[in-house]
Design a protein around this ligand. Structure first.
Ligand code: ATP
Length: 228
């Protein structure tokens, strides 16, 4: 049973066709990369799946059912960086997020541990490195212990150390049993982190499947060498 199954999703912004008839399945336990250059439709696709936007055409299922509030609570999302308070500790910031998202505060020590931030949980957010800040953002998406995590370009804007920390965390979360869906514009990142990939270009799905199978396809060189 796929975690997420998209059927012919299309979306326009005025005259701009942001997504055109996109269909693919996300298998359980995968780290599923949505790969494409700027403007290819990645954020639009994640916004539809997380109910921020609605599709013009097409449909999708979550956990093999029509999307409902119950299924959405089983998905942690990080589409943009939360506005953390600079002078509050990581712990206090997560208390604020838990309040907004109506998640239990009891979960905070567990998500700090998962994100490797327990030792620094009482330090002010402003003293954190870029990688730690992003790990805290991912920790906030883990409140409530969702089975699925949706991340929009999680390593964007980070320094090399932060990028490596975030990629390691994504892999650890996958090993801990989460299914992860993440947008990326970096083929290298998808190759290093993801088990499966869907390649978008100008709102169209070009290829999808297990990373190893996709990157060895004859038609991949054409697609992969363009501008990812
Ligand atoms: P990026 O990495 O730059 O965020 P993306 O792959 O996530 O790119 P989208 O942000 O989904 O792509 O954008 C897809 C297309 O839709 C682009 O042509 C973009 O300019 C357009 N677009 C996105 N949001 C809007 C909007 N609110 N109004 C008009 N056009 C939009």
């Amino acid at each position: 049973m796929p975690i997420l199954s998209l059927q012919n999703i299309s979306k326009k912004y005025g005259p701009v066709q942001a997504l055109s008839q996109v269909s693919f399945d996300v298998p359980p336990g995968s780290v599923f990369g949505i790969l494409g250059p700027n403007g290819s439709g990645k954020t639009t696709l994640l916004s539809i799946v997380t109910d921020v936007l609605s599709a013009d055409e097409g449909s999708f299922t979550l956990f093999d059912q029509q999307p409902s509030a119950k299924q959405r609570r089983n998905i942690g999302t990080l589409l943009e960086t939360p506005n953390f308070y600079h002078y509050l500790s990581a712990y206090r910031n997560l208390q604020v997020v838990a309040g907004i998202k109506q998640r239990s505060e009891e979960d905070i020590p567990r998500v700090l541990e998962l994100a490797g931030l327990t030792a620094r949980q009482h330090s002010a957010f402003k003293t954190y490195s870029l990688g730690m800040k992003q790990r805290l953002a991912i920790a906030s998406a883990l409140l409530g212990d969702p089975d699925v995590l949706i991340l929009d370009e999680p390593s964007n804007g980070l320094d090399p150390v932060g990028i490596s920390e975030v990629r390691t965390l994504v892999k650890q979360l996958a090993q801990a049993g989460k299914t992860i869906i993440m947008a990326s514009h970096l083929l290298d990142e998808v190759e290093k982190v993801c088990t499966h990939v869907a390649i978008l270009r100008k709102g169209k799905l070009l290829l999808s499947g297990p990373v190893n199978a996709v990157i060895t396809r004859d038609d991949f060189l054409e697609v992969g060498s363009a501008d990812n």
